[in-house]
Ligand binder design. Structure first.
Ligand SMILES: [Zn+2]
Length: 149
């Protein structure tokens, strides 16, 4: 825990985004509750899904999870998967899957800091409208928790 605190200070100085650490804490707390409820002696594997449009740096989240895990989660393996964004055009009804990798770095950065700008950079591939809804690709959820009783 002390090490985690030291890293947090270092991270702050470097201007790293902090919200992955808060997210990792929330995940660990949820998994601990599940382990308690299910009567698990030890958690072996946790699968987490992260929507691609949910501004999360997977590397930092994985690092935070490995630093913060303790107790029944001490030996748990965390598997973080990204879920691609699925969008639907409000004008013509076209559905398509969007990958953040299709954007250049500058646009990805802009979306990272101001998520609303996503509408300025993504357009319907059929009619070109920027008016779309996000069907999938937001949020963070626990896919599965495996352990021994
Ligand atoms: Zn359209």
């Amino acid at each position: 825990m002390l090490y985690a605190t030291i890293f947090l200070n270092a991270a702050l100085q470097k201007g790293f985004p902090m919200h992955e650490w808060a997210l990792a804490e929330a995940i660990i707390s949820s998994v601990s509750q599940i382990a308690e409820k299910e009567g698990l002696k030890e958690v072996k594997e946790v699968k987490i899904k992260v929507g691609e449009l949910q501004q999360v740096e997977i590397d930092i989240l994985e690092f935070a999870l490995s630093e913060l895990k303790m107790g029944k989660l001490k030996n748990a393996k965390f598997i973080v998967e990204t879920v691609k964004a699925e969008l639907r055009c409000r004008v013509c009804g076209e559905k398509w899957v969007f990958s953040k990798n299709e954007l250049d770095e500058e646009k990805t950065e802009a979306i990272h800091f101001v998520p609303e700008t996503v509408h300025a950079y993504i357009k319907c591939p059929r009619c070109g409208s920027p008016d779309f809804e996000i069907l999938q690709g937001r949020g963070v959820w626990l896919e599965s928790v495996r352990g021994v009783k």
